[in-house]
Design a protein. Sequence first.
Length: 274
Amino acid sequence: MSFVEVKGARLPRIGFGTSGLAGAACTRLVRFALDIGYRHIDTAQAYGNEDAVGRALAETAVARADIFVTTKIWTSAFRDGALQRSVDESLARLRTAYIDVLLLHWPNDAVPLAETLRALAAVRASGKARHIGVSNFTIRHLAVAIDGHGADLVCNQVECHALMRQEKLRAAMRRHGLALVAYSPLGRGQLTGERTLGAIGGRYGKSASQVALRWLVEQDGVVAIPKAAKEAHARANLDIFDFALDDDDRRAIAALPGNRRVIDPGWAPDWDRD
Ligand SMILES: NC(=O)c1ccc[n+]([C@@H]2O[C@H](COP(=O)([O-])OP(=O)(O)OC[C@H]3O[C@@H](n4cnc5c(N)ncnc54)[C@H](OP(=O)(O)O)[C@@H]3O)[C@@H](O)[C@H]2O)c1
């Protein structure tokens, strides 16, 4: 496994996404993922599975210190005080003393960002989070948080894959020195049958999904967190470190449509304005 290193944080390049996994099946899959070599687990308060993930963390033979755990604070807990209490609840569910990187799940313009960032920084200062970051932040939100409020963030977790390449946001993130954690790196399954990716994979004995993940992790500062309920998928998504894309492959991917957003809930910010 290789890592992205940012401001003292060391993020394993492939993480295990857990959105949509719950209960005993989630515990079993997270344990399985750790058994086969995943060392980065992505959960969130909103997924309702921190408890199931916590069971896996408690049961696994892998040392807690070797696992990079991400959770995300839901927008209803962005007020000072509420945020810290919600993190205490997450820690109890996750059966851990600290989160490796604690994220704000979505921007929430109804609460002053300065207040939320102060509370987030207080959690880090208490040792309950090693690092802090954000998710679904636009260029404008990043500028307000970092240039405006001096937030010391390590990453922004956003939708990013071969059909949603985030070129403008990435340029802004490079300026801020942030890691990009690519969520829905398989376009929630839509990339698994993509013909160009499949043709590239054919030359290396890899699937379209593996090419999609390889394309992400070959880029500076990029981490991918595919979700897999099927064990074969979980294995395949780790098996991407024994081949490399060439310039022709990258050109073919760059020629695909690059702005096909899959995740766009009602509470999303105005992506294009920002
Ligand atoms: N911060 C945010 O707002 C946010 C939003 C969305 C997601 N996320 C995070 O990102 C993670 C991943 O995103 P996602 O769950 O939306 O979608 P994804 O990882 O892009 O796609 C998951 C889908 O792809 C399938 N799949 C996985 N590996 C495969 C393979 N090797 N071959 C063929 N199919 C494969 C899975 O099938 P099976 O499950 O049947 O194996 C599932 O249907 C989430 O679990 C979550 O942790 C964060």
